[in-house]
Design a protein around this ligand. Structure first.
Ligand code: SF4
Ligand code: ZN
Length: 121
């Protein structure tokens, strides 16, 4: 069975608190309580990553308010081909074969160039 990507929730400090509304409250005292819970939370990093990845707007996540998260720089995850030389960002970066397979277009073209060079050498 694949790992549950949200298994970190089981270790969350806020898991069983009786007043989860503090994470969504506009009041300073509630926000201070939420921030204190997050500060000691063992899965703060996972919680923050989850909120950023899912573009979750409301509430405290990973110790950050919505406004704080909005100011955080997003590191876009760029996928690379097997050679790690080329980024694969859109369909145009692939070459498609009739059997449904697709490969990195830049690697494929480089292979064709190598074969051509070997033949004419
Ligand atoms: S970081 Fe805060 S909001 Fe996130 S799981 Fe921990 S206590 Fe809950
Ligand atoms: Zn490639």
């Amino acid at each position: 069975m694949p790992d549950d990507p949200e298994s970190w929730r089981k270790e969350a400090s806020c898991r069983d608190i009786d007043d989860p509304d503090v994470f969504f409250s506009p009041h300073g005292s509630d926000q201070a309580r939420a921030a204190a819970l997050c500060a000691d939370c063992p899965v703060r990093a996972q919680c923050l990553t989850y909120a950023l990845d899912t573009d979750t707007q409301d509430g405290f996540w990973g110790g950050k308010t919505e406004a704080q998260r909005a100011r955080m720089p997003r590191v876009r995850q760029v996928k690379h081909c097997k050679s790690r030389l080329h980024s694969l960002e859109s369909d145009a970066d692939y070459i498609y074969f009739s059997n449904g397979e697709r490969r990195c277009k830049a690697c494929h073209l480089a292979t064709l160039e190598r074969l051509k060079a070997a033949r004419t050498a």
